[in-house]
Design a protein around this ligand. Structure first.
Ligand SMILES: [Fe+2]
Length: 236
């Protein structure tokens, strides 16, 4: 895969529970590049209950500008695309806020679903994000919620909504979950991958191993499908 995009990262310095400094962000970006990642979508947490969008966007811009300035002196760095990981809230589909928080300013938005059980209302809200705003919700790190899908058919039901599904690289590389991850990918129930990196310790940006596993099996078709979704999400 020649064009890996990390769709989920906490790589901007000092804005959420991710990178704590410019230096750490630079190290993370260097590691992304070594992993073959050409573009990193920065998706700092946005919690609508405790943050105002304007203040979030200002902080995000300031953090990104500082980082981009520091990147000038470093060769071989991936491109940074701005986004957010927006925590689901009741009435999200009626909120004007969401259109400002899309991935790369385009037509998809990364949504972090709650840990509580997902209700039919939530499904309708996700649908509403698409119908009312023309934005495709991207469900973040689906592997965290798999226990709530009693069957494959249940997950299919989610995928029949106008949503895309993102999984973390770790879902593929963890020996306990790898088979499941590859099975879901093969069934077109995972569309985008991300590292969900937070630091250079426990939650490092290491997507290459996951990509290699996908390349090996299910193979070229799955890779080109990911590339198509990547392209679609970042196009106008
Ligand atoms: Fe995250």
């Amino acid at each position: 895969m020649g064009n890996i995009i990390d769709f989920h990262s906490h790589i901007l310095p000092d804005i959420d529970d991710g990178s704590k400094s410019i230096e750490e962000s630079l190290s993370m970006l260097q590691l992304e590049w070594k992993n073959g990642v050409t573009k990193v979508v920065a998706t700092p947490h946005f919690y609508p209950q405790r943050d105002k969008p304007e203040s979030f966007l200002n902080r995000r811009e300031a953090a990104a500008n500082k980082l981009k300035e520091a990147m000038k002196a470093k060769p071989d760095m991936p491109e940074i695309i701005l986004g957010a990981e927006v925590y689901y809230f009741p009435g999200i589909s009626d909120s004007e806020v969401i259109s400002k928080l899309t991935l790369g300013g385009k037509n998809a938005i990364l949504i972090e679903m709650p840990a509580s059980p997902w209700t039919e209302t939530m499904y309708r809200q996700l649908e509403g994000i698409y119908v009312k705003h023309g934005l495709t919700p991207v469900i973040a790190h689906i592997e965290r919620y798999l226990s709530r899908f009693k069957s494959f058919a249940d997950l299919k039901k989610l995928s029949q909504l106008p949503v895309l599904i993102q999984a973390n690289g770790e879902f593929f590389t963890n020996p306990f979950t790898s088979r499941k991850a590859l099975k879901l990918l093969k069934a077109d129930l995972i569309h985008l991958i991300g590292s969900d990196c937070h630091d250079m310790n426990e939650r490092r940006p290491e997507l290459e191993k996951a990509i290699r596993l996908i390349e090996k099996k299910p193979g070229e078709r799955a890779i080109s499908r990911i590339e198509e979704y990547q392209k679609a999400v970042l196009s106008d």
